[in-house]
Design a binder for this molecule. Sequence first.
Ligand code: GRF
Length: 202
Amino acid sequence: MKPMGSKKRIVVLISGNGSNLQALIDAVEQGLISGQIVGVISNKSTAFGLQRAQSAGIENKTLSYAPFAAAESSRSAYDTELAKLVGSYQPDLIVLAGFMRILSGSFLDCFKDKVINLHPALPGAYPGINAIARAWADYEAGLTQTTGVMVHYVIPEVDAGPVIAQACVAMNSCQTLGELADRMHEVEHELIVEVVKTLCQK
Ligand code: GRF
């Protein structure tokens, strides 16, 4: 049992640029979040987010899927190893911030109610990859005006699970997909910080 009032231990899982990780690093450094990022784990050694973690003095590791891929039950073997690695940080909160792998129920069972995910779409809309581009295609086809961002607890189903917070983004203020992507990332950075801040207060 951790002492009352101690800082929450946060582990962030990434696969790429890590701009949301950076938003969390900045918010922790500014004292907005009562927590500490104790580890950053990527499934890609080339993820720029690893350099962001390094620059901030945060322990960072890569657990690549490639060595597991050939084995039978490769996914569960990878998730077992990942659970060991994540568990070694004794996290209170695990943030999937652009982590491009689907986590199995056996991984999630190790960290009940501790794993949250950021997804660039509203609940139920555009699960999976390229959510921003798919929303933009629908906007251009006249099918929708609005997309958004959500943070939710993770369940085995992709980009689903109890919603913690969401924010809408009106697409008619954007001229291009690039502009929408920039706006979505701004909103993501605010929302993920707000959610992690709130969860660390509990
Ligand atoms: C974000 O749009 C996130 O919602 C999605 O992947 C992207 C990661 O961006 N799942 P970054 O690596 O945090 O810059």
